[in-house]
Design a protein around this ligand. Sequence first.
Ligand SMILES: C[S@@+](CC[C@H](N)C(=O)[O-])C[C@H]1O[C@@H](n2cnc3c(N)ncnc32)[C@H](O)[C@@H]1O
Ligand SMILES: [Zn+2]
Length: 271
Amino acid sequence: MSLEYQCPLCNDALLKTDSTLRCANNHSFDFAKEGYVNLLPVQQKNSKQPGDSLEMVQARHAFLECGFYGFLQNALGSIVSTLNAHNIIDLGCGEGFYTQSLANKSQANIYGVDISKSAVKYAAKRYSNCHFSVASISKAPFNDQFADVLVSVFAPLFEKELARLAKPGATLIVASPGPWHLKELKSYIYKNINEHTEIVTPSEFTQGQQLLLTEKVSLNFSDVKNLIMMTPFAWKFRPEHWTALEEKGEHTVTLSFYVTQFTKIGNGINS
Ligand SMILES: C[S@@+](CC[C@H](N)C(=O)[O-])C[C@H]1O[C@@H](n2cnc3c(N)ncnc32)[C@H](O)[C@@H]1O
Ligand SMILES: [Zn+2]
């Protein structure tokens, strides 16, 4: 697998020798024993441990491993398998659940990038078929027009950076919550639940095919706990909500995702 990172300090190419990446200006970054590289300079860290915490990472891993989001994983894999790509970046890859499955569906070099060291460590330890790095996706460590395919699953979208990273004609695939995603769980903490809307087309892209995938699943308390702990609204659940959830035991929960494809404006391999 070829490796093409850009130095986060001076934007020069990083070359690999042994277990170090180094640029012409002698900035160097060591690979961790798990196989990932940390390309997040202190200047780009807005907290001591940016991104998802180890607790969230463990909850997400436990939940995803049960296969409840397998239908989303399969849909992403099917799309990627039809695209002729050289470089794919999974932006905000978490612990690599989708990243590694995309690597099984494509001949491309697959990069997973996340600002959470805990998440990337988890990913790199388990999956050797992708390149993982700790970095910010608001300033990702790749050259302009590096990617033929960009993937974003429930991760923040930085429009300018998406436009910079994508080759003309590249495909951006975004998975975002469908209209009533997790509505049964949200009803514990919100009086009125707002329907999720489709995401707005990022500038310099045009919208292509969109899927709306929805399934109702039956979850026990342990699954529900993991599912809530991996979401941004986990902190809204008070002890009384947890008690109510535990007493109910079995929960029917709506899982719903938009999977939207966008094409970078310009002529390229996928246009
Ligand atoms: C909801 S999680 C989704 C993780 C993964 N895509 C999945 O669906 O399993 C969002 C991820 O975005 C990461 N993230 C948030 N802000 C980021 C940034 N500026 N740069 C890189 N990753 C970021 C978090 O650390 C977290 O792992
Ligand atoms: Zn450098």
